[in-house]
Design a protein around this ligand. Structure first.
Ligand code: P6P
Length: 353
């Protein structure tokens, strides 16, 4: 078998984002490029610590609890500190919101920039000890014209975000990013210390030909899938529209066949699979959790932004998630997202009820 010839034309995340900036011409100041570069560095740093966790005894509880009342793992705290320090040092941020911090951070004048970053530094952390894929989720707003950076700059609909993404830490580190013109995926080549484009967006003409030749993978969610991803452990609390939808895909009338169930319990991993394979991910509101469990600002909004950019739908069941106006930085909301036709089927169950 001929030895695979290494590519001599690697498209790194830095190169790709710079190309995006150049595409925007004079309108782009390069600030978003620098901010995304800082986020890229945090992903590499966190990936290193997640990978080493077992060896340097980072696994296990840190003995503290976060705003959500959840026991914090040592990696949670470390990842949060890595993100806060790098984002502040970038000089491109004005407001930071973290799942791990009760209050927002307002960056001091000398380090202040024009972007707000909302993030969950290590989502799915309850799975750390089991070696399950976990991840960092982030969304980026540009501060409003004339603003100095206040809470109102992040209490805005997700549709006003300028970028969103996540980094999933598993057998490799995968960074999935959208700056509003499709979704691209990058895989960390640890030997180079670079995220390499591996999942190009078909909407990008510049990359389309090059990447179509090199990579078969693209992040365009299929219009319909065959996988559903709900925590059915909460079934006794589900509301009637969800019960009726799940019944329709688990006990379909012939000749239709049942969907497959896949649920990891780590949002980044479940959403990543949904973006690539299609189907539907759901964390409903129910009789036990009236607003659901997932946080609006730094989980639902970024994942909804990516889903829509990949051609899918993200809804609470009755409302487009990106249209919600947050009233608090740790607000929760119901989440259903995935393939357009699958999510439309679910929405019909809400209309019917
Ligand atoms: P449950 C992880 O704690 C998380 O915030 C998301 O990553 C995940 O989708 C959800 O909670 C899992 O919740 O109730 O199934 O354990």
């Amino acid at each position: 078998m001929a030895e695979e010839i290494p590519s001599t034309d690697l498209i790194t995340l830095t190169r790709h984002v710079l190309h995006d900036q150049l595409r925007l011409g004079a309108a782009a100041t390069g600030d978003l490029t620098l901010l995304l570069t800082a986020i890229q560095v945090t992903s590499k740093f966190i990936a290193t610590n997640v990978r080493k966790a077992r060896l340097i005894n980072l696994v296990g509880l840190a003995g503290e609890t976060n705003i959500q009342g959840e026991e914090q793992k040592k990696l949670d705290i470390l990842s949060n500190d890595i993100m806060v320090n790098a984002l502040r040092a970038s000089g491109r941020t004005a407001v930071l919101v973290s799942e791990e911090l009760e209050e927002a951070i307002f960056i001091e004048e000398k380090n202040k920039g024009k972007y707000c970053v909302v993030f969950d530094p290590l989502d799915g952390s309850s799975n750390i000890d089991a070696g399950v894929n976990i991840g960092t989720i982030f969304g980026i707003y540009k501060i409003r014209d004339g603003s100095k950076g206040t809470l109102e700059d992040v209490l805005r609909p997700g549709s006003e975000m300028v970028a969103a993404g996540y980094t999933m830490y598993g057998s490799s580190a995968n960074l999935v990013l959208s700056t509003g013109s499709g979704v691209n995926g990058y895989t960390l080549d640890a030997s180079l210390g670079e995220f390499i484009l591996t999942h190009p967006n078909v909407n990008s003409p510049f990359l389309n030909v090059v990447c179509q030749l090199k990579f078969r993978l693209q992040i365009q969610i299929p219009p319909r899938g065959k996988i559903y991803s709900f925590n059915e452990g909460n079934s006794m609390y589900f509301n009637p529209p969800v019960v009726s939808y799940l019944k329709s895909i688990k006990f379909p009338a012939p000749p239709k066949t049942p969907y497959s169930a896949r649920y990891i319990g780590s949002m980044v991993a479940d959403v990543h699979r949904t973006l690539l394979y299609g189907g539907i991910f759901g964390y409903p509101d129910d009789k036990k959790s009236k607003s659901g469990k997932l946080r609006l600002l730094y989980e639902a909004f970024p994942m909804a932004f990516l889903t829509e950019q990949a051609g899918g739908i993200a809804t609470t069941g009755t409302k487009r998630i990106l249209d919600i106006v947050p009233t608090g930085i740790h607000e929760r909301c119901p989440v259903f997202l995935g393939s357009k036709e699958d999510v439309q089927d679910l929405m019909k169950c809400y209309e019917g009820n």
